[in-house]
Ligand binder design. Structure first.
Ligand code: UDP
Ligand code: MG
Length: 227
């Protein structure tokens, strides 16, 4: 079976939003060649994600292989993404959040750029106005500090919403880091990269899983491994 596109979705207590998000993804994937794959990574959720997954497994279209990777506890988004990437087979791999904030129209834009030979297409979030002044200022300061500039670039507001050719995924998976600061690893592996600005949708339900403490932890991992 030849899989054209794999989509990795990390999910931590996101059952209701994922339930809403998946059908819109099925529609978008219907137009693509060959088979598609959606890899949901359950990052130690304590809700009914597994039941939602089973219901979708029974109902999802034949051209989509729906898969669940279950982690034994909550490891955090970075580890969940790596586990998801390691379980993909597609010639192209995209990563999207479970909460519907990443627009499907932008995924289609990313696919078109990949067709033009761009190995890494990266979403850059243009609207951060929903975040507090403090959160925005701290993130700006962090990105400013992280710039190494002449060898690789960790671009501000370029997150995990991105699409990669198989060779990029294989390069990422070959890196042996245990503490995985993904924004650093993406930059580290190189490859032809294009940035696509996008407006993130409002979260469909629930709350952000990141607080100041978890962002600080992530920032420290980034600083100790990439600055
Ligand atoms: N996430 C995860 N593990 C975590 C925290 C978050 O897998 O420990 C997932 C979450 O379920 C979502 C994505 O990472 O699919 C982004 O998280 P969130 O929406 O909370 O972050 P924000 O959009 O506020 O940056
Ligand atoms: Mg979100």
């Amino acid at each position: 079976m030849s899989i054209y596109l794999s989509i990795v979705i990390p999910a931590y207590n996101e059952a209701p939003v994922l339930d809403q998000f998946l059908p819109s993804l099925y529609c978008a994937l219907a137009e693509l060649p060959d088979q598609q794959e959606i890899v949901i990574v359950d990052d130690g959720s304590r809700d009914n994600l597994r039941e939602v997954f089973q219901a979708h497994l029974a109902a999802c279209p034949a051209h989509i292989a729906l898969r669940l990777v279950q982690l034994s506890r909550n490891f955090g988004k970075e580890a969940a993404l790596s586990a998801g990437l390691a379980n993909t087979q597609g010639r192209i791999v995209a990563m999207m959040d479970a909460d519907g904030q990443h627009p499907i129209s932008v995924l289609q834009e990313m696919l078109a750029l990949n067709q033009q030979g761009i190995d890494m297409v990266v979403g850059v979030q243009a609207n951060r106005s929903h975040e507090s002044w403090l959160a925005r200022s701290l993130k700006r300061g962090f990105y400013h500090f992280m710039q190494d500039t002449h060898r690789y670039e960790i671009k501000p507001n370029a997150g995990d919403f991105r699409l990669m050719s198989r060779k990029v995924v294989d390069a990422l998976l070959a890196l042996p880091e245990r503490q995985r600061f993904m924004k650093g690893l993406y930059a580290w592996v190189g490859f032809k990269t294009v940035y696509v600005p996008f407006e993130a949708h409002e979260r469909q339900e629930g709350e952000s899983k990141f607080n100041y403490a978890s962002l600080l932890e992530l920032a420290l991992i980034g600083i100790t491994s990439f600055s």
